[in-house]
Design a protein around this ligand. Sequence first.
Ligand SMILES: NC(=O)c1ccc[n+]([C@@H]2O[C@H](COP(=O)([O-])OP(=O)(O)OC[C@H]3O[C@@H](n4cnc5c(N)ncnc54)[C@H](OP(=O)(O)O)[C@@H]3O)[C@@H](O)[C@H]2O)c1
Length: 273
Amino acid sequence: MSRPVALVTGASSGIGLCFAQQLARKGYDLVLVARRLERLEKIASELSQEHSIDCRVEGRDLADPRAVADLVSDLERDGVEVEVLINNAGYGLAGSYLSQPWQQHEKFIRVLFTAVCELTHRLLPGMKLRGKGRIIQVSSVSGFMSGTAGHTLYGAVKAALNLFTECLALECKGSGVHVTSLCPGFTYTEFHDVTGTREKMSKMPWFLWLQADRVASDALDCCERGKIYCVPGLVYKTLLIILWLIPAPLRRWLVARQGSSYRDSSETPVKTN
Ligand SMILES: NC(=O)c1ccc[n+]([C@@H]2O[C@H](COP(=O)([O-])OP(=O)(O)OC[C@H]3O[C@@H](n4cnc5c(N)ncnc54)[C@H](OP(=O)(O)O)[C@@H]3O)[C@@H](O)[C@H]2O)c1
């Protein structure tokens, strides 16, 4: 790879795919990570032809505890130096906290938080050494509010990701590395198909929906300008200000009331073996 390299996790669809397309347009060589290898190969072949860049495809399951270490060691062996890291891979788990076995939650935390922290930890030293790097952690507006049943761990993980990113951004100040937490609201992607909540979600008003392309471009712009948080769309910026201004009990009541109309909060507990 002869150009600066950007690594995008969850590049096989949605927001991650948009990041890959925009970074290709900017002239980055790409490392695309996700589980669906065929999809990644198709995307890589289209982007490399269209933008004359090199695309490397990495079919990895980030729920596997060895995935990040193996990936980074393969990149190091081949002399690939990552300048832009987009930690985007993620999904939601439907139902109340007890309606999923512990193993599902464990995998969820691994993909949405542990793998993010580990990739950052393994790639940041090189960025600091070269005096240039960009890291975008794809979080969510859910990280700023207590959720409802059906979103219990998701919001908590995104809140942890926000605080981690904020602290890391402060730690990296002056090093040439910018770290940004991207906090989108509802975005048109495959996310709600994977969670199985598409039908309920289609009841949400149109003005709450964001386009994935816009979400990715706002994030790249915010990160370039050294912003720690990026909340795409005026609707969500306003919503967050209102939620911050009202007392916490009222905020929790409002979020729970609204959330129950579109979240799957099924209560049937499952036994963890
Ligand atoms: N859509 C929204 O409304 C919304 C709102 C706020 C935040 N977000 C966040 O945005 C990020 C991207 O989601 P999206 O909306 O673009 O959904 P998406 O279209 O379903 O994309 C999710 C991506 O994550 C990858 N992924 C999932 N599990 C993985 C695993 N175990 N190992 C490797 N890759 C994995 C998927 O690839 P494979 O299936 O091929 O592995 C896919 O490329 C997530 O972190 C999500 O929490 C989404």
